[in-house]
Write a protein that binds this ligand. Structure first.
Ligand code: NAP
Length: 338
């Protein structure tokens, strides 16, 4: 399975490492060998139709900051859509940054890949948050798969659980915590009586929050995941602009104290109801299974007959997301093996 990897940061490099380490196991268990034939970062690319040397690509990135310096087969600049449309690879994996304004460069990469007959696995939420219904239609039209297990819950299979483990059951409502960074900040504000600013600074120091934390603390990351769940699990045609979104920047120690007196904690809750979806800080009773601490994620599916089912697990992380991408590659292979 020849694979183009667009984006070679935390997730892209973790994927390369997992593919290298697990190559023999994947061949033995599933009968195919995923090969990275092109890697693109913001400065350039490297390509080898017979498969790139992964340790060399990782070493080159570490030493020079770009795969453009990959011996003999690296080059500076060039547009990723050019490599994607001209490549004979079967799959394109998208791990460029999530951009919730116009979805780029991921949106063009995904469209180009599907249009030129490639399956797509994306960890990038931006294109899905803005245009998921159209992208699913394009994939369907081109008879290609568009997979996105790594976008929600990292290693915790929220999407697969809801879509594959509950056939025949009607899911009425979904609500929960889908962002580990904001949950960590709220937990520290609660447990150590920190202000939002101090808790955010601590999360950044520990590497849980990015230097620019806007997407997490303003609720966009949670909202993107809610859009993906709503489209995939509940077959709604939502995009980001259909949601009411409020982040956690205005949560104060007083609000947390007030919640405590009524036996609750303030959590950033993503919610999908019958005809609406939202992201906002809500008071969650401490005995509710969704009321998880630290960087954990938790999602409760309210069903017609089976009652409430809650899935709890670790959220994002480079290696966990890489493992979800490998799951998607295996599922593409199983679906399309001849
Ligand atoms: N990190 C996680 O735990 C996690 C979990 C789930 C989903 N995600 C999603 O996965 C994606 C990747 O996350 P990450 O943490 O790996 O981000 P990252 O470390 O910032 O890596 C992004 C990569 O994209 C490259 N890039 C940026 N602009 C590009 C362009 N125009 N053309 C080609 N490549 C470009 C960057 O190049 P340079 O290396 O040259 O800067 C970098 O290699 C994001 O969409 C994120 O939301 C991340």
């Amino acid at each position: 399975m020849r694979t183009i990897l667009a984006g070679f940061g935390t997730v892209g490099q973790a994927l390369a490492q997992v593919l290298h380490q697990d190559a023999d196991r994947i061949v033995q268990a599933y009968g195919f060998r995923p090969q990275l034939t092109t890697i693109v970062d913001s400065q350039g690319s490297c390509s080898d139709d017979t498969g790139l040397d992964i340790p060399l690509a990782l070493k080159t990135k570490k030493e020079y900051g770009t795969v453009a310096k990959y011996p003999k087969r690296g080059r500076r600049n060039g547009h990723s859509t050019h490599f994607i449309s001209n490549s004979e690879a079967e799959v394109m994996v998208e791990t460029t940054p999530s951009n919730f304004k116009d979805g780029e460069p991921g949106l063009s990469n995904i469209k180009t890949a599907l249009t030129s007959g490639k399956h797509v696995v994306t960890a990038n939420k931006g294109p899905l948050a803005l245009a998921m219904p159209a992208l699913l239609e394009l994939a369907d039209h081109r008879h290609r798969q568009l997979c996105f297990s790594g976008t929600v819950g990292g290693g915790t299979p929220f999407l697969d659980f809801a879509a594959k483990c509950m056939p025949g059951e009607r899911i009425i409502r979904i609500r929960g915590i889908l962002n580990g960074t904001t949950n960590y900040i709220l937990t520290r504000m609660e447990n150590a009586s920190l202000t939002f600013e101090k808790a955010l600074a601590e999360a950044q120091k520990k590497g849980y929050a990015e230097k620019d934390p806007t997407n997490d603390v303003e609720g966009f990351d949670t909202a993107a995941k809610i859009v993906i769940i709503a489209n995939w699990v509940l077959k709604k045609r939502y995009s980001l602009q259909d949601l009411d979104i409020t982040g956690i920047t205005k949560v104060t120690p007083q609000k947390l104290k007030q919640a405590r007196t009524s036996g609750a904690k303030v959590k950033l809750i993503g919610r999908i109801e019958e005809s609406s979806a939202s992201v906002r800080p809500e008071e969650v009773p401490t005995d509710d299974p969704t009321c998880v601490p630290d960087t954990l994620n938790a999602l409760t599916f309210s069903t017609e007959h089976a009652g409430n089912i809650t899935l709890i697990g670790p959220g994002a992380g480079g290696e966990r997301t890489a493992s979800a991408i490998v799951r998607d590659l295996v599922s593409i292979r199983q679906e399309y093996a001849t």
